[in-house]
Design a protein around this ligand. Structure first.
Ligand code: C5P
Length: 214
């Protein structure tokens, strides 16, 4: 590795979207590419951490030195995260679907009548689950994709989910799926706004900050 600043530390990263089946052939998803989370996993590994990357369905290569676990649904992601504990730090970058379809085991057929109605149920909040866990990682970092009142909403999220830091990004522009990101780092003591930079650079800087904190 380029450095051993994080040698001996286990860091859990979630990334990508989740896919929630509507029936055996259809799913609900979102526009997350997984790029920011994969970049963070790679940057942490380059600092010498043992990295477990729990990834939803994405089209990205696994960064060198990272142990990757592929999942599809939020529930599978929650299970994989729980199974990967303990961790010194967790960085929850995944855009986890907030809801899943209650009944998804039979293909919905067109029958010429009314359009089907999907009954949705809430998914587990993996970040909040870690925040409340007796096995809570020492440093718990969440992300918040917001389109308005970015810092205000993200600051509230930090307390609500018992995270140490929230990385807030403004996704009203071209961030979702793009290469660049513009973020605010919200901690207990305040908010830092970083200039717009590419996702690899956000990852490098965040990994250094994580190494400072551990
Ligand atoms: O509430 P919101 O989805 O905006 O919170 C975003 C943060 O919470 C991200 O860190 C995301 O990975 C995490 N999250 C989660 N499980 C969910 C929903 C969000 O871990 N079901």
């Amino acid at each position: 590795p380029a450095s051993d600043r994080l040698a001996g530390k286990h860091i859990l990263v979630t990334a990508g979207p989740t896919h929630e089946p509507i029936d055996p052939v259809r799913y609900l998803a979102n526009r997350s590419s997984g790029r920011q989370g994969f970049a963070i996993a790679g940057a942490l590994a380059r600092l010498g951490a043992r990295v477990t990357l729990v990834s939803g369905p994405v089209a990205l290569p696994t960064p060198p030195g990272v142990a990757r676990i592929d999942v599809e649904t939020a529930q599978e992601m929650a299970n994989a995260v729980a199974a990967a504990l303990p961790a010194d730090a967790a960085v929850m970058v995944a855009a986890v679907a907030d809801w899943r379809v209650e009944q998804a085991d039979h293909k919905i057929k067109k029958d010429g009548g009314a359009a089907p109605e999907l009954a949705l149920v809430e998914n587990p909040d993996i970040l909040a689950m870690l925040g409340a866990s007796p096995r809570r990682p020492h440093l718990l970092v969440g992300f918040a994709a917001e389109t308005d009142k970015v810092v205000e909403h993200a600051t509230a999220k930090r307390t609500r989910k018992n995270a140490d830091w929230i990385v807030a990004n403004d996704v009203s522009g071209d961030v979702m799926g793009g290469n660049a990101n513009s973020i605010h780092l919200i901690t207990k003591t305040g908010t830092e706004s970083w200039e717009r930079m590419d996702k690899q650079e956000v990852a490098r800087r965040l990994a250094e900050r994580i190494a400072d904190a551990l």
